[in-house]
Write a protein that binds this ligand. Structure first.
Ligand code: ZN
Length: 189
């Protein structure tokens, strides 16, 4: 098939190889090499045969499937079985088996990534999003931080005029960057 330059209609077109790097969360970057074209007549370059979008879609789908698999393996490795995940999220039986076979939607993949960031959300879902489970979840984030990053961590509670206060005190390890400490500042409604 002769490729025609869409800018000047010349057939004096050469093929060049381009590299695209796609970042996939929790997964290696996907690098794809794809032919693109350069017109020797007008010097325009581009995807003259409109094949790049399709190749990118295929590569991203493949990377998403790999990413879903490794996210599920990682969860299992950390003691969260797929049976528990389905139960907690009220998913139909064997949903995750379909995900493993590559039948996974973008929204399901987004859900796995969110759980990867915050696995404790599964406990909230498992408890049918009860206010108690949500409150526990909100407290867990700074608590995790203090357990991991401080020496002599101390949690104290105050109750004044029906207002409950929680104070976390501890010596932040010198290896923890100051910006992380800022990030963990936390408020709940
Ligand atoms: Zn041209």
């Amino acid at each position: 098939m002769n490729i025609i330059c869409p800018f000047c209609d010349s057939t004096n077109v050469e093929k060049i190889e381009i590299k695209e790097i796609i970042k996939v969360p929790f997964c290696d970057n996907v690098v794809i090499s794809h032919p693109t074209f350069r017109c020797s007549n007008c010097e325009e370059e581009g995807d003259f045969d409109n094949s790049l979008d399709k190749a990118l879609t295929i590569a991203i789908d493949k990377a998403n499937n790999m990413s879903a698999l490794s996210l599920m393996e990682e969860l299992s490795h950390n003691g969260i079985t797929m049976t528990y995940l389905e139960k907690a999220l009220r998913l139909p039986f064997r949903t995750t088996s379909r995900w493993k076979r590559g039948e996974i939607s973008h929204s399901a993949l987004a859900l796995l990534r969110i759980i990867r960031v915050s696995p404790r959300l599964l406990e909230v879902a498992d408890d049918n999003f009860s206010p108690e489970a949500i409150a526990k979840y909100q407290i867990s984030r700074p608590l995790d931080f203090f357990e991991k990053n401080t020496t002599n961590p101390w949690v104290s509670l105050t109750l004044e005029q029906n207002l409950l206060g929680i104070c976390f005190t501890g010596n932040i390890l010198s290896s923890v960057p100051h910006s992380t400490v800022q990030e963990v500042k936390w408020e709940t409604a």
